[in-house]
Design a protein around this ligand. Structure first.
Ligand code: HEC
Length: 158
C-alpha cells in the first residue's frame, strides 16, 4: 500500500510543478504586457508576435481609465523596432540600463539626431519594480524577428 502511494506521488508532484511553472510564465507575460501598455511603450513599439494579446490589453487599459484609444501615431512608424525577438538580442541587465538612460545608447549621426528631436529618447518613468516587470517580460520574448529589412538602427554597437 505505502509503496503504491509513493509510486503515484512522483507523477502528481511533476504535474503540480509543471502547472506552477506554466502559471508563473503566463503571469510574467500578462503583467509585462500590462506595463508595456501602461507605460506607453506601444505608442512607438509593436510586439507583433503577441499582437492579439497586446491589443486586448490596450482595450482593457483604455476601459479601466475610461478613455478612448488613440490610433497609433503614424509618424512613429518605422523608427522604433518591433520587440518580438528582443529577448534574443538583449539581456535584462542591458535593457534595464538602456531604459534608465536611453540617451547614452544613441548614435549622433544627423538622421538619428533629427529622430531624437521627436523625443524618442525619454528615460523610463516608474518604480524599479515596474521596470523589472517590464524587463523580465521583454527578456522572455524570443519569437522570430518581425523587423523590416531596411530598418536602420540609431543605437550604438555594444
Ligand atoms: C517615442 C517613441 C518610443 C517610446 C514611447 C518607447 N521607445 Fe523604445 N525605442 C525607441 C527608439 C527610436 C529606439 C531605438 C531604435 C533603434 O534606432 O535601433 C528604441 C529602442 C528600444 C529598445 C532597444 C531595442 C534594441 O533593438 O536593442 C528597447 C528594449 C525599448 N526601446 C523598449 C522600450 C520600452 C520598454 C518602452 C516603454 C517604457 C519604450 N521602449 C518606449 C522609441 C520609443
Amino acid at each position: 500500500m505505502g509503496q503504491n502511494v509513493g509510486f503515484l506521488l512522483l507523477p502528481v508532484m511533476m504535474i503540480i510543478l509543471c502547472s506552477m511553472a506554466f502559471a508563473q510564465d503566463s503571469e510574467v507575460a500578462e503583467n509585462g504586457r500590462k506595463m508595456f501598455i501602461e507605460k506607453r511603450c506601444y505608442t512607438c513599439h509593436t510586439i507583433n508576435a503577441e499582437s492579439d494579446a497586446i491589443q486586448k490589453e490596450k482595450v482593457a487599459f483604455a476601459k479601466s481609465k475610461g478613455v478612448e484609444l488613440k490610433p497609433d501615431d503614424e509618424d512613429d512608424e518605422g523608427i522604433a523596432p518591433d520587440l518580438s525577438d528582443i529577448g534574443t538580442k538583449k539581456d535584462a541587465e542591458s535593457m534595464t540600463a538602456f531604459l534608465k538612460n536611453p540617451k547614452k545608447s544613441f548614435k549622433d549621426t544627423p538622421v538619428c539626431k533629427s529622430n531624437a528631436k521627436k523625443k524618442y529618447r525619454k528615460r523610463f518613468k516608474g518604480s524599479p519594480e515596474e521596470l523589472d516587470v517590464l524587463v523580465i517580460y521583454l527578456s522572455s520574448l524570443n519569437y522570430d524577428s518581425y523587423m523590416e529589412e531596411d530598418f536602420v538602427s540609431c543605437l550604438k554597437e555594444e
